[in-house]
Design a protein around this ligand. Structure first.
Ligand SMILES: C[S@@+](CC[C@H](N)C(=O)[O-])C[C@H]1O[C@@H](n2cnc3c(N)ncnc32)[C@H](O)[C@@H]1O
Length: 219
């Protein structure tokens, strides 16, 4: 059962029809280039035996592909119960259900209940959440080695697209709103937690950035 009105209307927006569409697209053509870029970079760093934590996992395709590429275990946290339903279905279909734990909830609220992992990922998630500082701090502080993010490019036509999308959602009376958090602010938070940027790429609307921990947490 879903409560009415999840944080930022996320569970209502990322609903069954959304995840079913994502499942169909993944079954038809596999991971899109953005997520594939992350997999290829992380695979080149060595995934064997590494464990993962993914916030906002959607249908789980990214972490399932990383498991298939050698990672050991994943914990995923997503606000939408429909994401868990879809990700569980996909994990079973790929025979990986014994190596995943999918949790439902806001990463920021659950951060104290989730263990650190070698690799922490937020793929197309920061732009769905109002408080970038809280989400980035909570997730990056859980990364022992790599922290990977994708977020919308900060260019005028995407800024206008986000404004138009917010207006459309308001007209539709949806509680969900997307955000374009300044990348410099996000990167400054990650750097303040002891990470340095080791990879940067771009795919369509998305910037892809991976950071590596350079100082022990709390150092
Ligand atoms: C645009 S979808 C992206 C899903 C997947 N990562 C992908 O790229 O296909 C954003 C997902 O993040 C989840 N989400 C957003 N903010 C979250 C938070 N603070 N904690 C957990 N999940 C969150 C939403 O429920 C949704 O499933």
């Amino acid at each position: 059962m879903m409560d009415c009105c999840s944080v930022n209307g996320l569970a209502e927006e990322f609903n069954r029809s959304y995840v079913q569409g994502e499942l169909r697209a993944y079954r038809r053509k596999g991971l899109d280039k953005r997520a594939r870029t992350l997999v290829e970079f992380l695979q080149a760093q060595g995934l064997q035996g590494r464990n993962l934590l993914e916030g906002g996992y959607g249908i789980g395709a990214l972490h399932l592909e990383l498991l298939r590429a050698g990672a050991a275990w994943v914990v995923g946290v997503d606000v939408s119960p429909f994401s868990r339903e879809a990700a569980t279905e996909l994990a079973e279909e790929m025979g990986l259900q014994d190596r995943v734990e999918h949790r439902v909830g806001d990463f920021v609220a659950l951060e104290g209940e989730v263990a650190p992992a070698d690799i922490v990922l937020l793929d197309r998630v920061i732009c769905c959440y109002p408080d970038a500082t809280a989400l980035v701090s909570a997730s990056a502080s859980h990364a022992r080695l790599f922290y990977g993010l994708t977020y919308p490019r900060n260019v005028w036509w995407i800024r206008w697209g986000v404004v138009a999308m917010r207006a459309f959602l308001a007209l539709r009376r949806s509680a969900y709103r997307p955000f374009l958090h300044p990348p410099e602010k996000v990167k400054a938070i990650v750097a303040s937690l002891g990470f340095g940027e080791v990879f940067r790429s771009r795919s369509g609307l998305w910037d892809i950035v991976v950071f590596r921990r350079q100082a022990a947490p709390g150092a």
